[in-house]
Write a new protein. Structure first.
Length: 427
């Protein structure tokens, strides 16, 4: 039996990958611990989306290798898949495990003659595998891997490749297993949920959602990120969202509100399509939470393009904004472009975030002094809990009783940019 410490970076799919790694290791008789000091193996599950995150991970690899030169380190995830040579320079003793070899983790750790690099393009279904969930109330379920896009800036595509949709029956079986274990929230995740099934000849997303929602359990379903490019039949999707089990939450990344920049990024759609989708959803669900992503300072972005981003934020008031400064990644088409000056990028980034903070705060004011029902999905400290309303807004509440996993009615007494504060009215 070996003692394993796992550290995770990145998206919800990556969090689920770490749950799978933990489940496989535990199933094969290893012990998971939360202190690298006592570990026989250190597993780093990495991310390659942002340059800043990459730098943080690389420093972490160096620091851990320096502090524990005698410990074995397994580096996996997107950064391992795309930058194995750089990782090996940071820690020559590291073991590189590609993104399609998670099921080999026990073999890697337990064999006498360690394989130092294991990377291939073979697709591995990350579904119906042993897993240890980070949160027993939340089931993170991957429905596919890879995507159909060719974005100029994206390094994830280099790691994940083209779309591979998992079988519907396996997804349903995995979710039902989690529901039987007490899960109350299902998070569907992938590099782009809108693509599901297209690699098999047709878009199967609505069909999959209806099958999940028909499962005879009490739960909430959160549909994760959908890129606009293949988000086609909005009316059918809206009908799915009318199901009371669906969180009224729409994550649709624009990356830019400028059609010129979108064309340069090879995003494959115009901003008018996104606006139409948001308008349709808000017409049916006025309080729906809208999340989006913007890359500030793309090399071909002019001031007028930046102003279009500001105008979009002010008009469409996304509740959640994942704002990134442009990162140049090796082997991507955008690598060859000349960066804008740091001062211009920083200025634009600040202006976009300022506009977002103001509009998001204004958007939450409609909930002030209202009584709403929330599901309590996390205990933060002794008397402090995090909950979500039907629109997936974060509501922070206090209670002397253990209310984890319960639905409660609360009165909203304060609002902020990214959360609200509620007083419990009834259980």
């Amino acid at each position: 039996m070996k003692q394993i410490y796992i550290e995770t970076y990145g998206c919800s799919a990556n969090q689920n990958n770490s749950e799978i790694i933990a489940g496989i290791l535990n199933h094969d008789g290893n012990k998971l611990i939360y202190n690298p000091d006592k570990a026989d193996f250190i597993v780093l599950n990495t991310c390659a989306v942002k340059e800043k995150t990459e730098g943080k991970i690389k420093r972490r690899i160096q620091d851990l290798h320096k502090k524990y030169p005698y410990k074995k380190m397994v580096v996996t995830g997107c950064l391992a898949q795309t930058d194995s040579d750089k990782i090996r320079k940071l820690n020559p003793d590291s073991i590189i495990l590609g993104t399609d070899h998670y099921t080999d983790i026990s073999e890697i750790i337990n064999q006498d003659n360690l394989v130092t690099i294991k990377i291939s393009k073979q697709k591995e279904e990350k579904i119906l595998l042993p897993k240890i969930s980070q949160d027993k109330l939340i089931s993170i379920t991957q429905i596919s891997e890879g995507c159909l896009s060719k974005c100029t800036f994206c390094k994830t595509k280099l790691a994940k490749g083209n779309l591979y949709s998992y079988p519907q029956e396996k997804i349903l079986a995995s979710i039902e297993n989690d529901l039987k274990q007490g899960t109350k929230e299902i998070w569907l995740t992938s590099q782009g949920n809108e693509n599901f099934g297209i690699d098999r000849g047709k878009n199967e997303l609505v069909e999959l959602l209806n099958k999940i929602l028909s499962l005879p359990y009490s739960f909430k379903l959160r549909l994760g990120m959908m890129n606009p490019i293949n988000l086609q039949d909005t009316d059918k999707l809206i009908r799915v969202y009318k199901n009371e089990k669906m969180y009224k939450f729409l994550h649709i990344p624009i990356q830019s509100a400028s059609n010129k920049v979108l064309k340069d990024m090879k995003r494959g759609y115009k901003i008018e399509k996104v606006k139409e989708i948001i308008n349709k959803f808000r017409e049916e669900f006025p309080n729906i939470t809208i999340a989006t992503d913007i890359i500030s300072g793309y090399p071909t972005e002019f001031e007028e393009d930046h102003n279009l981003n500001i105008e979009f934020i002010k008009k469409y008031k996304p509740d959640v904004l994942n704002l990134s400064k442009f990162s140049k990644h090796k082997n991507t088409p955008a690598e060859k472009l000349k960066n804008l000056s740091i001062s211009i990028v920083n200025k634009r980034n600040i202006e976009i975030m300022r506009a977002h903070r103001q509009s998001a705060n204004e958007g939450k004011m409609k909930f002030l002094n209202k009584t709403i029902n929330v599901f309590v999905n996390k205990k933060i400290s002794n008397n402090n809990y995090k909950s979500r309303d039907d629109n997936y807004n974060i509501v922070l509440i206090k209670s002397n009783n253990d209310i984890l996993g319960n639905n409660v009615n609360v009165k909203i007494i304060n609002v902020g940019v990214h959360h609200m504060i509620g007083d419990i009215i009834t259980y």
